[in-house]
Design a protein around this ligand. Structure first.
Ligand SMILES: *Cc1c(COP(=O)(O)O)cnc(C)c1O
Length: 427
């Protein structure tokens, strides 16, 4: 793929001209810097606002204004069934059956709710295997879960770290750890794409190894959903959670997504923390005692839908539906390979950039995590003052996420140009 790239502006122009998704960019608002669109590489943290969100929210406000409580039952999209309007589009994003997916709450809350069902430690099996350096919220969730069940994190949590001198995890090491601790492991809980390094984990192999060891396997897909194509159903994961405000562009604090594999759909014996919205919908308003869960992931719902944030999420998911994860991934591979090519060129020219994200496209999404030694912070600050939005993660990583949804090859080239400028000024 790299042979199709060179360092000229023409190259970026040609790639944009051939980009069949180029027009998607016009469906988003870009923050402004000195009268121009910023170079936005932060979709891994908060996706940009689709222009369709505002009218979607206004529709719901209008619906409320006009109908009051009757809005639950009237109109094209009665609030009563709102979670269903997002189900199939969300299922396409993660490669699931519609009934395996529900949109509800927020990521960390959902992680706890699903661990009530899928982390059931006993004297023999009580361990959780996870990645060292997991996103802090996941670490806190795991620690507090094992403590809640009466175990000490030091005995119950097994962390898998990269080998000394390496930056990312080797699948073989993950599988070996699962084999080693298998008989004592209740849950393997991994990320889909690692937030710090951008590494895409082998979800299918990890799931298979976890199951062979007799454990359940769950995934945090915060950095995977909307970034990489997945087939959660076929890969047999037991459960997964994700958020909608990163690559899924649904706004700050947007609603979380949940996947529960079909084989658990009718297992009414799974312990869970229940609420009325997870109760059999035929009987929900009979206000009876005795919880009977709905089939599938919907049976884990607690409360009625947060209409405004769901409406924003739906507006965004509709764009994913029309673009398709396959086409997005195709562009994403090109866009990230192009960024990689230009970063390597800068390194050759003397800017000490080092990509810690895997070089193999099959092991990464769109994000490249870059270190730059002692100059790192200065480079990041230079980019920020010149209208680039990316992020700095302690201790020394700059994360750059060109998203196929709204970034162009021209954006990546403009970033390259700024970094060349930094190099010239600091040589
Ligand atoms: C972004 C992110 C979260 C955020 O959790 P919220 O509950 O949505 O605040 C959690 N875990 C991972 C891995 C993340 O990347």
């Amino acid at each position: 793929m790299k042979t199709m790239f060179d360092t000229s502006a023409d190259c970026a122009r040609n790639l944009d001209a051939q980009d069949t998704l180029a027009q998607l960019r016009d469906q988003f608002y870009f923050p402004q810097h000195e009268g121009r669109d910023v170079l936005y590489f932060c979709g891994n943290s908060l996706g940009l606002q689709p222009k369709s969100v505002e009218p979607a929210l206004l529709r719901e406000l209008e619906h409320w204004r006009t109908h009051g409580v009757e809005g639950h039952f009237r109109g094209e999209m009665p609030w009563m069934h709102y979670h269903k309007y997002l189900q199939s589009a969300a299922a396409h994003v993660v490669g699931a059956l519609p009934e395996e997916v529900v949109i509800m709450n927020t990521l960390t809350a959902n992680l706890h709710l699903l661990m009530v069902s899928f982390y059931r430690p006993d004297a023999r099996r009580f361990k959780i295997i996870m990645e060292a350096g997991a996103f802090p919220s996941d670490q806190y969730a795991m620690e507090s879960q094992v403590r809640y069940h009466g175990y000490a994190p030091e005995e119950a949590i097994v962390e898998i770290a990269p080998r000394p001198g390496e930056e990312t995890l080797r699948t073989e090491d993950v599988l070996e750890t699962i084999r080693q601790h298998g008989p004592q492991t209740a849950l393997v809980m991994m990320c889909g794409v690692q937030y710090y390094t951008g590494q895409w984990m082998d979800v299918e192999a990890i799931t298979r190894a976890g199951h062979e060891a007799g454990a359940l396997v769950g995934f945090d897909l915060a950095h995977a959903a909307g970034n990489i194509p997945m087939r959660l159903h076929d890969w047999q994961a037991d459960f997964a959670v994700w958020c909608s405000y990163k690559y899924l562009n649904s706004g700050p604090g947007g609603p979380g997504g949940v996947f529960v594999h079909q084989r658990h759909a009718d297992n009414k014996d799974l312990p869970r923390f229940a609420g009325w919205w997870g109760h059999d919908e035929e009987r929900r308003f009979l206000m009876e005692k005795g919880f009977v869960p709905m089939r599938g992931a919907a049976g884990w719902q607690l409360s009625n839908a947060q209409i405004f944030s769901f409406a924003a999420h739906k507006a965004s998911l509709d764009i994913f539906e029309s673009a398709g994860m396959g086409a997005l991934r195709h562009k994403s591979e090109q866009l990230t390979a192009y960024l990689e090519f230009l970063i390597d060129d800068l390194t050759e020219k003397g800017l000490p950039l080092h990509i810690i994200t895997p070089r193999d496209p099959a092991q990464r999404g769109c994000q490249l995590s870059v270190t730059a030694g002692p100059q790192g912070r200065a480079i990041f600050d230079f980019l920020s003052t010149h209208g680039v939005v990316c992020d700095w993660r302690e201790p020394d990583v700059i994360r750059l996420a060109p998203t196929p949804m709204y970034n162009s090859f021209g954006d990546v080239f403009a970033l390259y140009h700024l970094l060349l400028d930094f190099l010239r000024r600091n040589q």
